[in-house]
Design a binder for this molecule. Structure first.
Ligand code: NAD
Length: 291
């Protein structure tokens, strides 16, 4: 069995790494948060000093980090993965980052005879915990085939998208739909509350019709319960919409709804909700929240 290195053990990476341990992979892990590392070591993983050290011990290295600069530093920086990774090894980034960064990393690793995939995910912490993520993969087909057993452990809907960066382009489309839908759900529930209609009944009724969506189901429930523990941090979704808007600019595709939601998320961040769940964007309508 391939030896796996896993870097970034947060809300998503922690449970994903545990699922790999459960099916018998030997795992070397790293996170800047020692508590996250301790939890994985208790579950049977070995800890490493730095990304280079992780790569030296692994046949496959996976990253699940917040943003493009984090992945760039961990992979291409001093003591980075690139310094320790062996010829013939495989690198898989499962974070949500800019497609251009995936291509930069792919090219740098190719020079070392190392294959690389961009494999962002959707399905949230529940998908990470249950091994039911949707995984969208860009890169060489041979690398995809090699990684397939790993993806099967982490997810259920595994789709090969095409060349490097295609996985991240797909993920940014996902984030547009989730973000704009979340805004629609927030507005609808705020209106129903102001009109003193039972929110649980609104959600129940709408889930059976054309407004049905996972966002109304899961995020709608969170909004009604007032549960804003992350989940998916607002600041990370805002980061994702930046990737969408940049990609839109590169492709000369206007994304007006995305731009508005990004602005509303900025308002939420300015009110201190960056570390809370992205459903907190509903709170910026508090002035209209009469219940
Ligand atoms: P998180 O903030 O919970 O976890 C990120 C982890 O990376 C943290 O534990 C942090 O300590 C660690 N880290 C940061 N810099 C590091 C470094 N230099 N070296 C080692 N570790 C470092 O975030 P998350 O929610 O797990 O999201 C991770 C990625 O997955 C993001 O790109 C996010 O957009 C994406 N994503 C998140 C969700 C979700 O629902 N939370 C769903 C799909 C995709």
């Amino acid at each position: 069995m391939d030896r796996i290195g896993f870097i970034g053990l947060g809300i998503m990476g922690g449970p994903m790494a545990k699922n790999l341990l459960k099916v018998g992979y030997s795992l070397t892990v790293l996170d800047i948060n020692p508590q996250s590392v301790d939890e994985l070591v208790k579950a049977g993983a070995t800890s490493a000093e730095d990304p280079c050290d992780v790569a030296r011990e692994s046949d496959i290295v996976i990253t699940m980090l917040p943003d493009s600069p984090d992945v760039e530093k961990v992979v291409l920086g001093e003591e980075g993965v690139i310094q320790g990774i062996k010829e013939g090894a495989l690198f898989i980034d499962m974070s949500t980052i800019a497609p251009a960064m995936s291509i930069k990393i792919y090219e740098a690793l190719q020079d070392k005879n190392v294959q690389s995939l961009d494999a962002p995910v959707s399905g949230g912490y529940m998908g990470a915990e249950n091994g039911t993520l949707s995984i969208m993969i860009g890169g060489d087909r041979t690398a995809f085939d090699r990684a397939f057993p790993v993806f099967q452990t982490l997810g259920k809907n595994i789709v090969y998208m095409g060349e490097t960066g295609a996985g991240q382009v797909t993920k940014t489309c996902n984030q547009i739909i989730v973000g704009v839908t979340l805004q629609a759900v927030s507005e609808a529930l705020t209106l129903a509350k102001a009109a003193e209609v039972d929110l649980n009944k609104v959600r129940q009724a709408l889930l059976g019709g054309f407004a049905q969506s996972k966002v109304l189901d899961h995020q709608g429930e969170r909004i009604i319960e007032g549960n804003f523990e992350p989940g998916f941090k607002l600041k990370l979704h805002r980061k994702d919409l930046n990737i969408s808007l940049e990609t839109g600019k590169e492709q000369q595709v206007p994304l007006p709804c995305t731009a508005i939601v990004a602005q509303l998320m900025d308002a939420g961040m300015a009110q201190g909700f960056g570390e809370s769940d992205h459903t907190t964007i509903t709170k910026i309508f508090k002035s209209t929240d009469r219940a």
